[in-house]
Design a protein around this ligand. Structure first.
Ligand code: ADP
Ligand code: TPW
Ligand code: MG
Length: 585
């Protein structure tokens, strides 16, 4: 055996973990660079050329969580980024594995979650001449338009810089997805150990505070003071920023009612007296000055116009965002406040503490009246003890679960299952509600659930439409393999939106229906987890409590009336429908 080979064996066997090895290689430099920057977990699917990278990373003390499909590993990394403000790392094999991870990378970018997709790739020389390498693909070019930044490293001594650039790109400014391309040959490049150690870069102050300009703060305060019906809208950027105390103080000291966007629920408890969540339509329509805190005026806020927002010209916006180009994206922003949320909110708060007359009582009364009426209207629906269950009665049970266990993390996807759960299940703590985000994408469920359990150590309740679950359902094996405290509840209404569609020709099942009366709980049993089938809200509550108490991987098949849902849930208005439907049957 050559000296060099002996050295490599010693490194890979971990025989000299603390001394600087005489030689190092690409594998070890990637691992050392990640560790140096505080990365603790990699979400992974192994294969050529990154199998050994995962193995060695595990041997070197990183947590390496292997999934059954890259999209789920990618979603796990993305939500890990949201929860921790550190980039979540997803590791994939070349071409097909890379492409499988790409949806999650694009989704992370769209949602402003910091993640890094690290993918092995084939030989540059062969790829560029298109000579048909194993899993050949120009991955860097394909990733570029779908993420915030994309880098490729060709030399072992550049790994430190490559990883540092990827980290800084992911978390600084508006966070997002970053692609890091590592060709197969890089991993086995051997260089001098001391040179390797010197080449590593520890990223200092990866997401620097960005203070708003004093003139911009003054402008925002001047506008806010003219408000007769002020409103604060909290978005997931505010949840991400972890400026929880400042945000709470802004609401409470100004006395301005607030509406939380879906993933900002719990930043203040949904039961807070200033919450206008249950009076959302009135609050948006009748407010005159709106403070957007880490929330974009995209489709989820009707682009800041139209009947959602009342009379044209009735609204002026103050927008807090780290991304200057977000201003005026849909409507004029009267007072842009560009900076990080912590700094901007603190600056507004300082102004309010100096001089603020409070929010007008009449406006607060209007919001309170509307909220109480809406809550009262909803209450009886949540108490029904029907079998099969409707969405409301099943969600009534889960609402109580979260009230009793406010530190549990709620993962939620589906159509009716999503829209109704968002409205019905109150959240009490920040960053406890994780869902389909800006795209309304199906398939985030199991990736988010795994990462939420791993990153926080808290119990996870995943409330899933039967269709939504199918996009990542195979990861129940992953949940069992890592023995995670995840309780999945499937709202089984036999299909997408409803279970009642038919094929007018009578040949096939309708396009939106699944096998009737499926027993998803058996999937969990197949891997050693607990499966339960429930048909009443009481049974559902008992089964979830048992799962949360035991911490055992559990899947509860909740039988929902197949007639109960509506097409596209709450966003049926976005769903074009033919008026020329052919009736064959
Ligand atoms: P929601 O869907 O909840 O309305 P969005 O995803 O549309 O939220 O908006 C989040 C916004 O928050 C983005 O425009 C993003 O630039 C911004 N953002 C993210 N992190 C920060 C931060 N630390 N400081 C300021 N703005 C931030
Ligand atoms: C990646 C389109 C939106 S909602 C949904 C689909 C397929 C499933 C709704 O059925 P489910 O919920 O989950 O059973 P429920 O309670 O209404 O019955 N592909 C992707 N993303 C989206 N959004 C779709 C398809 C869709
Ligand atoms: Mg369904």
């Amino acid at each position: 055996m050559t000296v060099q080979a002996q050295n490599i064996d010693a490194i890979t066997a971990g025989a000299v973990p603390h001394e600087e090895p005489a030689l190092t290689d690409g594998f070890h430099l990637v691992i050392d660079a990640l560790k140096l920057n505080g990365i603790e977990t990699i979400y992974n699917v192994p294969g050529i050329p990154i199998t050994d990278l995962g193995r060695l990373a595990q041997a070197e003390g990183l947590r390496v969580v292997s999934f059954r499909h890259e999209q789920n590993a990618g979603n796990a990394a993305a939500i890990a980024g949201f929860l921790t403000k550190k980039p979540g790392i997803c590791l994939t094999v070349s071409a097909p594995g890379f492409l499988n991870g790409l949806t999650a990378l694009a989704n992370a970018t769209t949602n402003c979650f910091p993640m890094i997709l690290i993918s092995g790739s084939s030989e540059r020389e062969i790829v560029d001449l298109q000579q048909g390498d194993y899993e050949e693909m120009d991955q860097l070019a394909i990733a570029k338009p779908l993420c915030k930044a994309a880098f490729r490293v060709l030399h072992a001594e550049d790994i430190g810089i490559g990883v540092a650039r990827a980290i800084r790109a992911a978390v600084s400014g508006r966070p997002g997805g970053v692609y890091l391309d590592l060709p197969a040959k890089l991993f086995s490049q051997v260089i001098d150990g001391a040179l390797g150690a010197r080449s590593l870069v520890k990223v200092i102050d990866a997401a620097p505070a960005q203070l708003p300009a004093p003139s911009a703060v003054a402008r925002a305060l001047d506008l806010l003071k003219t408000a007769e019906r002020p409103l604060i809208v909290l978005g997931k950027g505010a949840a991400y920023a972890q400026a929880d105390e400042a945000v709470r103080a802004l609401v409470e000291e100004s006395g301005i009612p607030y509406v939380p966007m879906s993933m900002a629920k719990g930043l203040l408890p949904d039961t807070h007296p200033l919450s206008a969540g249950a009076a959302r339509s009135t609050a948006l329509k009748d407010s005159d000055v709106v403070v957007l805190v880490g929330a974009r005026l995209n489709w989820l806020l009707s682009h800041g116009k139209g009947k959602t927002w009342g009379e044209p010209g009735s609204k002026r916006f103050i927008q807090i965002d780290i991304e200057p180009r977000e201003m005026d994206s849909n409507v004029e922003i009267a007072a842009p406040l560009v900076g990080d949320i912590g700094s901007c909110v603190e600056a507004l708060l300082a102004g309010i503490r100096k001089d603020w007359k409070g929010a007008p009582q009449g406006w607060l009364e209007t919001i309170r009246g509307k909220r109480e009426a809406n809550i009262a209207k909803m209450a009886p629906k949540l108490m029904k003890n029907s079998s099969p269950m409707c969405f409301h009665s099943a969600l009534g049970a889960l609402r109580t679960v979260i009230k009793e266990r406010p530190d549990a993390i709620l993962v939620n996807e589906g159509a009716n299952t999503l829209d109704l759960a968002r409205g019905i299940i109150d959240m009490y703590q920040p960053r406890k509600r994780l869902d389909v985000g800006t795209w309304g994408v199906m398939g985030i469920g199991m990736g988010f659930a795994v990462a939420a359990a791993i990153e926080t150590g808290k119990p996870v309740l995943a409330v899933e439409g039967d269709s939504a679950f199918g996009f990542s359902g195979m990861e129940v094996e992953t949940i069992c393999r890592y023995d995670l405290p995840v309780c999945i509840v499937i709202f089984n209404n036999n299909g997408i939106y409803r279970g009642t569609d038919t094929d007018p020709t009578g040949r096939d099942p309708g396009t939106t229906v699944f096998v009737k009366d499926s027993r998803y709980d058996k999937m969990m049993e197949a891997f050693g987890g607990v499966g339960v089938n429930v048909t009443t809200p009481d049974e559902l509550k008992r089964a979830v409590d048992a799962a949360m108490d035991s911490g055992k991987p559990t899947l509860i098949n909740a039988v929902i009336d197949p007639q109960a849902g509506s097409e596209s849930g709450n966003i049926g208005s976005l769903n074009p429908q033919s008026t020329l439907k052919k009736k064959t049957a």
